[in-house]
Write a protein that binds this ligand. Sequence first.
Ligand code: SF4
Length: 351
Amino acid sequence: MALLDVSTIYLEPAVHEFARGREILARWPDAERIAVDSHWAIPHLHGNAGNVARWNDVKRTTLVLGVKKSRPVRPNGRSSDFIAPSHANGCTMSCAYCYVPRRKGFANPITTFVNIEQLTATIGRHVAKQGSKPAPNQCDPEAWVYDIGENSDCSVDATICDNVADLVALFSRLPTAKASFATKWVNPALLDLDPRGRTRVRFSVMPHEVSKLLDVRTSPVRERIAAIDSFVEAGYEVHLNCSPVVVTEGWTSAWKELLEEVADTISPAARAQLKSEVIFLTHNEDLHEVNLGWHPRAEEVLWRPELQEPKRSQNGALNVRYARGKKGRMVSVFRDIWDAALPGCEIRYAF
Ligand code: SF4
């Protein structure tokens, strides 16, 4: 089944005023168009619990177009120095642990923002204001790193329009900054762009069996690993995003096999630049309830109260994460597995 087969487009009226908006509408001339006041307020699409059963169908057939009005650049400090203002949010894939598609409610198909010139101008000004990076940090030794895919998967977004291409082109001209995004989908069309080393693709990986259960509608992990060399050859920096690490029966041997597979597959050039970030699963009580409605088998591995402890997030939601004493040991075991499989490749951070 196609990842995206758009038959309904919700759009804010101002979308017609932007060339990117008109381009996208021209791509799907037969799609039903439904005018909405705001991409945030489509209650029958986003907040409808009855959509859970047809969640994936909605994600495949629906696109939302909007204009990004507030464009803050936010500090980060973990995988990137800054979070760039979103060019999109939502996702057509359905990873069971993902907070991104749940932000707007139940089904959360892709929203694409059509004012890309304003977005790239905001980022360009922010980069100029920073000057050179004064000292290396875990994000990068020399460049300011901007995450351009916090709320979506850029590889899929790039099948809708040229927003991602425009961002890759922008950063290719910025000697003090880099774009960065994590992805679970292989889009060979990205190989035709010219990133000149200024865009970092972080392919997300996890052991195959767990991925088959949790990574719904994504590219298989084996395909993501196989793509690493060609992305490096095309001028991307390629890192791994080992995330989420889900503790299951046999998780250590599964990760060992997976990382050895990476080591055996990638070229010396890819390996020379490979780094990783490692993030153990954080789950959420509301998401747990939602998942029970469409993918209960996933919850058998994600919701493990005997291993997890609650943590109230800043917005009041109840999250669970592996309990403090246990997690420190888990991180250290993971580091040992990584170092044995890929000696010399750095873990930028693990938690
Ligand atoms: S691909 Fe990424 S954004 Fe999409 S559902 Fe999976 S984790 Fe979420």
